[in-house]
Design a protein around this ligand. Sequence first.
Ligand code: ATP
Ligand code: MG
Length: 289
Amino acid sequence: MESSSSLRIAIQKNGRLTEKSIDLLENIGLRFDEYKNRLMVRCRNFDVELLLIRDDDIPEYVQDGVCDLGLVGANVTAEKQADVTVLRDLDFGYCRLSLAAPKNGDIKEVTDFESTRVATSYPVLTQKYFQEQGITARTVEISGAVEITPTLDVADAICDIVSSGSTLRANGLKEIQPIFQSQTQMIKTNKELPQEKLELIEKFLIRIEGSQTAEKSRYIMMNAPENSVEEIIRIIPSLKSPTVLPLAEKDMVAIHSVIPIKKFWDVMEQLKETGATGIVILPIENMIF
Ligand code: ATP
Ligand code: MG
């Protein structure tokens, strides 16, 4: 592929990560024309092009500098042992690589894997785990439908990606041990990049941070007696000091702030106890620091 002066970003062509990858890029302000069934898509408002490929190929393309950035699961980058830099966890595509075995079989714990045949699409990570555990097992590399191999007697057990575990259960398998936790990451090539590309990457990282923080935060508004303001400020773990505005009603104020979504229910209950009323929670589109 000819070298390009545009910042080239590799994303999965067609799979679990595709839509969320596009959403993330659009969220930070990149605009694309139709991307379905295309290998390469130019960005309309930045000097960026997307390369849409199989996720297995992304770490290598980024390692070799064919693409400058890639959005791909940590599981794939680790399996390919790619020489790349992880810039950021992207908070989607959560899954784990797990050892699993037939539900009522002899393999019940990790040590039972000794001398077994384990089917997997992740031979490198699987062998690494066994080595760490001092277990000798044979990996049988399979590229898809790993979960049916014990039924076919191609293997005694498997090591595969799990998120809810429903695929395992449907195939009469039981999860025995997670060996690798994964989510989608932004990776960058270790090849030298021109200053303009580095600046663009820096800009995107700042935007991603803003958008991730916004997603995890809520804007909270309420009315409260003026004499409970101090206590409310103590309860709200706000990013900055909250806005306190006078109301027409005497001794009452309106308080506006930002809270992490995780604290939402705790904060809510404590606020009501202080006499706060009319509590309104709004999603936040973006946050600039
Ligand atoms: P490709 O054709 O691009 O090679 P694929 O079949 O290898 O596609 P997908 O099934 O679309 O890949 O999964 C892509 C990534 O999504 C995985 O590598 C993993 O990081 C993540 N993922 C999240 N949850 C799951 C899950 N339940 N099963 C498989 N992958 C998952
Ligand atoms: Mg793949």
